[in-house]
Write a protein of this length. Structure first.
Length: 206
């Protein structure tokens, strides 16, 4: 069992996910995009006990509230090891391009195949480069839930014209995700949720 809630935050309407264990109240956050006060209100509404923040990649529209939230609750931020470069560079993380320059660093780095134990869940890290070199998806295999960041969207996929992007890698990453079981629920970085069965039928990269 897993409870997943989301808020749509920031100027680029990114999804921030709250992933809670209903038995313990523990939770982790995926991509706290902006508006820390709204995130804190949602945590309170869920009577949540935050344990960690997981970033799918280093673009500013997915992490603007991460530093505030980690300090508020004393929790670590995780990101792929290659994304520390983006987090620390306002040009590469696009904050200087779209808004005000913003940088940070994560507390912990992950890589392909890592298994995280957070809030009572086993979370497999899937390296899915393309949108950025260090983009990852977080897969809760037992719960059949995937947080796909800006790699896989409902009937679409992420852009690959940014620093460290690669169209070739993105195509390979999406095709890899479509090999997951059809019943896997997909929670993307933008727009509505989907599932692997739907994407195998309707995604242009299928």
């Amino acid at each position: 069992m897993v409870t997943v809630k989301n808020l749509v935050l920031g100027m680029l309407s990114a999804n921030c996910y709250f992933v809670q264990n209903p038995d313990t109240g523990e939770m982790f956050l995926v991509d706290p995009a902006a508006s820390p006060e709204r995130i804190e209100a949602q945590i309170a509404a869920m009577d949540g006990k935050p344990a960690a923040i997981l970033l799918t990649h280093g673009h500013y529209d997915h992490m603007l509230a991460a530093d505030t939230i980690r300090k508020k609750y004393g929790i670590p931020v995780y990101v792929h090891e290659k994304e520390q470069e983006l987090l620390g560079d306002g040009e590469k993380n696009l904050s200087a391009v779209w808004s005000v320059r913003y940088t940070m660093q994560a507390d912990c780095t992950v890589k392909e195949g890592d298994l995280l134990e957070i809030a009572g869940y086993r979370i497999r890290v899937m390296a899915t480069p393309g949108h950025t070199a260090g983009s990852v998806c977080y897969y809760l295999e037992d719960e059949q839930v995937l947080f796909s960041g800006d790699t896989l969207f409902c009937e679409s996929y992420g852009r690959y014209d940014f620093p460290t992007s690669s169209g070739r890698d993105l195509i390979a990453s999406v095709k890899r995700l479509l090999l997951l079981p059809e019943g896997v629920k997909v929670y993307p970085g933008h727009n509505e949720s989907t599932d692997i069965e739907h994407e195998k039928r309707y995604n242009p990269l299928a």
